[in-house]
Design a protein. Structure first.
Length: 150
């Protein structure tokens, strides 16, 4: 093989290998419940498409814990959600998904916003909650807005 042909082959194969090795990573929001505290890590802007929520339960005493993924009607804000005093669903919150877990550890959930017929790209909000020793559900925190890029 002559040198010119080898360089042409390398010139074609190298970009192809690069493209095969590049995989778009799905954005992941990490929601951590540590006893009666909740935190959110991850991007506050996600694409209109696939994303994941990783629920991390660091609890000394396992109990029912989880989150609500939602959007709000026009005119409502994160401040309204944070001020809502109970875990009863406010009439201005539109639930997309509710997750309840009993076991500690990591739990990962996948979503594709394109597959939700009533969703049109509005900002998302997360509310995390945990069952208390008295049997009531306590709202631990609310997060958002998580912007969605179409």
């Amino acid at each position: 093989m002559n040198r010119k042909l080898i360089f042409q082959i390398i010139g074609v194969l190298l970009p192809l290998l690069f493209l095969v090795g590049c995989k778009t990573q799905t954005p992941t929001l990490i929601l951590t419940i540590n006893e009666m505290e909740c935190s959110l890590d991850g991007p506050m802007t996600i694409p209109y498409g696939e994303f994941m929520i990783k629920l991390v339960l660091n609890e000394q005493k396992p109990t029912e814990s989880g989150y609500a993924l939602a959007r709000l009607v026009d005119g409502k804000t994160i401040e309204d959600l944070q001020a809502w005093p109970t875990m009863e669903q406010p009439p201005w919150l539109i639930l997309i998904s509710g997750v309840h877990e009993m076991a500690g550890g990591d739990h990962t959930y996948s979503y594709d916003l394109r597959e939700i017929p009533t969703y049109n790209g509005e900002p998302l909000f997360l509310v995390c909650a945990r069952m208390t020793d008295t049997g009531t559900t306590a709202k631990l925190a609310a997060f958002g807005p998580i912007e969605v890029k179409k």
